[in-house]
Design a binder for this molecule. Structure first.
Ligand code: WT7
Length: 679
């Protein structure tokens, strides 16, 4: 495959684009960073405000040496994000009959859709249910659900009544769910009976029960658990969805959902008599909207907090410009709502623009390897957003399955989650998009709330593998180890110099951790934790994490959390986990374990360890390799040199400077015990 160095935006894309040239991008960008109050003020005017936000919109301190870190956008402005993404579209823009979501189930036979007006009714009913269960403004509600329309309903219902949602990805374990419920002090959990992931049944309610039991053991009692009947839906008539595929029938036949009558309530029983009208709770722009947990390098996940106003205007604006959204688009983001991408670019951003989206419950290659292309043709998807890991997976099956489908509706292709290797970028561009569709490689984080480095499809000349330039309002810099800003071509720490509206506001319940994690290393800057290179043309290239984090299939995990799961096994004295390259997942986990005296390293043990990690964290954290490490390479101060372990995993004998190692004799044995790598 020939590899172009640069890819200019196709003229037909630029022609109708909101931002149709680099000059226009530059002009708006300059204004956005020089006059943030005016720039975002105009954007805020497009939304509904009970009380318009007073000027200046932005107040902040980014410098720990000058006092406490704080960021406020539009404080004093009063609004409701649910009202803005639903009622405003219906009443002001007359989009009531427009489809908000096409829902496509795990099985191709399962699908349904919901219009804006229908969605609003569902949300209002459920918001009234939450209120009748005693949920009020500021209360935290945990949501642990599969990819169904009711997941969106649950989150928007929380937003409507000013409750703070904390969504936990349905692939997380009972232990992880329990930890998140405890940390956020949730009083209510919303879940579902279960769902199918491919042909595998996930009994979600059972996992939720285990999590709540673990909470009880820690003396924390969740009073209410609302359960959506998803698997046995055809028995339920009140919410209008009709699932008829065989696997659902299969579960109906088995049919038992464990039940605690003093705590559990069926969703369909509750919404049956609830009113479809619900006055929103009017919120300050700086009221908390949601908590979303992301891995932290100490092992304990951080509850990233986003607030109503800034998040609303930033996700809406990035969605509009980065996907060059127009009213007739059909947009499909394949991310799960349990991650930030699903919050910002499946729910809030698209809905704020009145967009029609596909909400897909299933897997990329189930029931067959063409599923994605079938869905694109079925709904005439024009804007498609997925992760490099999915692209690499589909690439494995060659061009034929792609080419068997038309894909003529496609206009823009997006990617997110990890650095995309140029080979995958080019395949996406040449094969999937037939060179017609600009690729937007969007760099951002749970913490940034929305895109921060990204091309704009009608304006940016792209380079395969580069996230190109900053979005409006974002001011990146590259620092060296001593915190000096580097100009021109450079490589170092990626930081941001001033807040954009959707930057996180704090770590839930732990302001100290917020300040130390993001602001302490380089006072005056927000530190992303990513390494970055700027080339001679000013393009930014993310080089990967520089902390002890790994990125598996676009999901961040900390080495510490996997290590602490491993050492819970009675045979394991010590563990060290490093990232190892993986052809599909991008990175995978390579674990070194030191056993306690008298314990033997066996296949049975490694199997047990894999299960243990899955149970503690979830399937995404399953180790790919576990090797016996009678000794670990440590510095004299006792710090494990993971850099050396990464080299050992790769069988790279060029270990660099190991003069600070306390005992170099461990190295030989580690090379001897290496795992066989399977690609
Ligand atoms: C980390 C954030 C943002 C939603 C999904 C992940 C990596 C993300 C890119 C990209 C290179 C990327 C970074 C970042 N990352 N997008 N386009 N190019 N790296 O959210 O779990 O908070 O992870 O993902 O390392 O810091 P997250």
């Amino acid at each position: 495959m020939s590899s172009p160095d640069v890819c200019p935006p196709p003229p037909e894309v630029s022609a109708g684009a909101h931002i149709d040239s680099y000059e226009k991008y530059k002009e708006l960008y300059e204004r956005s960073v020089q006059e943030p109050n005016a720039f975002w003020g105009e954007i805020a005017n497009d939304f509904y405000w009970r009380v318009p936000p007073p000027q200046p919109l932005l107040r902040y301190n980014f410098d720990v040496t000058k006092g406490k870190i704080f960021i406020e956008w539009m404080k004093g402005g009063v609004t409701n994000i649910c009202y803005n993404v639903l009622d405003r579209n219906i009443h002001e823009k007359k989009l009531g009959d427009k489809v908000a979501f096409y829902w496509e189930g795990n099985e191709p036979a399962e699908s349904t859709s919901v219009t804006y007006a229908e969605l609003l009714k569902k949300v209002c009913r459920f918001a009234n249910v939450l209120r009748s269960q005693g949920v009020t403004k500021g209360d935290r509600v945990s949501i642990y659900m599969p990819m169904v329309i009711e997941l969106v309903v649950a989150m928007l219902a929380c937003a409507r009544i000013g409750a703070i949602h904390s969504i936990v990805f349905a692939g997380f374990s009972a232990e992880s769910l329990c930890e998140r419920i405890l940390d956020s002090n949730c009083s209510l959990l919303i879940t579902a009976d279960g769902f199918f992931r491919g042909d595998k049944l996930i009994n979600l309610k059972q996992i939720a029960d285990e999590a709540l039991k673990k909470c009880d053991e820690k003396n924390y009692h969740v009073e209410r658990c609302i359960v959506l009947k998803h698997l046995g839906r055809d028995e339920v008539t009140c919410d209008g969805m009709n699932k008829t595929s065989p696997p659902c029938k299969r579960l109906c036949a088995d049919g038992q959902t464990s039940w605690n009558p003093s705590r559990d309530l069926w969703w369909h029983d509750l919404v049956k008599d609830a009113s479809a009208e619900c006055e929103p709770e009017w919120c300050d722009a700086e009221d908390e909207l949601f908590i979303l947990y992301t891995s932290g390098s100490t092992g304990k996940p951080k509850g990233v907090v986003h607030t109503v106003g800034g998040y609303m205007i930033f996700t809406a604006t990035t969605f509009k410009y980065v996907f060059d959204y127009h009213g007739d688009d059909v947009y499909w983001c394949t991310a799960d709502i349990g991650w930030i991408t699903g919050h910002s670019y499946l729910t809030y951003g698209p809905l704020a623009n009145g967009a029609t989206s596909v909400l897909f419950e299933g897997l990329p290659i189930y029931p067959d390897i063409s599923r994605m292309w079938q869905i694109i043709d079925k709904y005439n998807v024009s804007k498609f957003y997925t992760a490099p890991t999915a692209i690499r997976l589909l690439m494995k099956y060659g061009e034929e399955p792609v080419k068997r489908h038309s894909r003529k509706s496609l206009k823009i292709l997006g990617t997110v989650g990890e650095p995309i290797n140029p080979e995958a970028w080019l395949w996406y561009h040449n094969v999937v998009g037939e060179k017609r569709c600009p690729i937007v490689d969007t760099f951002w984080q749970t913490e940034t709330g929305g895109h921060v480095l990204t091309p704009l499809p009608g304006a940016t000349v792209t380079k395969p593998g580069s996230a190109t330039f900053p979005f409006f309002g974002v001011v990146p810099a590259i620092l060296n180890e001593s915190g000096e800003e580097l100009e021109g071509e450079a490589e170092g720490y990626l930081v941001f110099k001033q807040p954009w509206p959707a930057i996180m506001r704090t770590v839930y319940g732990n302001r100290q951790r917020f300040e130390t994690t993001y602001f302490k290393k380089f006072p005056g800057y927000y530190v992303t934790g990513d390494g970055c290179r700027r080339d001679k043309d000013g393009y930014y290239w993310i080089t990967g994490r520089i902390d002890d984090m790994l990125n598996v299939s676009g999901h961040l995990l900390s080495t510490a959390e996997v290590e602490s799961a491993l050492v819970e096994h009675s045979s394991v004295a010590e563990a060290a986990v490093v990232s190892h390259p993986h052809p599909v997942k991008g990175e995978c986990l390579y674990c070194f374990v030191t056993l306690r005296d008298g314990h033997e390293f066996t296949k049975k043990l490694t199997d047990q360890l894999k299960i243990l990690v899955r149970e503690k964290i979830g399937p995404i954290a399953t180790p790919d390799y576990i090797q016996n490490a009678p000794g670990l390479p440590k510095t004299r101060s006792g710090k494990i040199m993971r850099r050396v372990l990464r080299k050992i995993a790769k069988n790279d004998h060029d270990l660099g400077d190991i003069s600070t190692l306390a005992d170099t004799s461990v190295i030989h044995q580690l090379f001897e015990n290496r795992c066989q790598i399977v690609d």
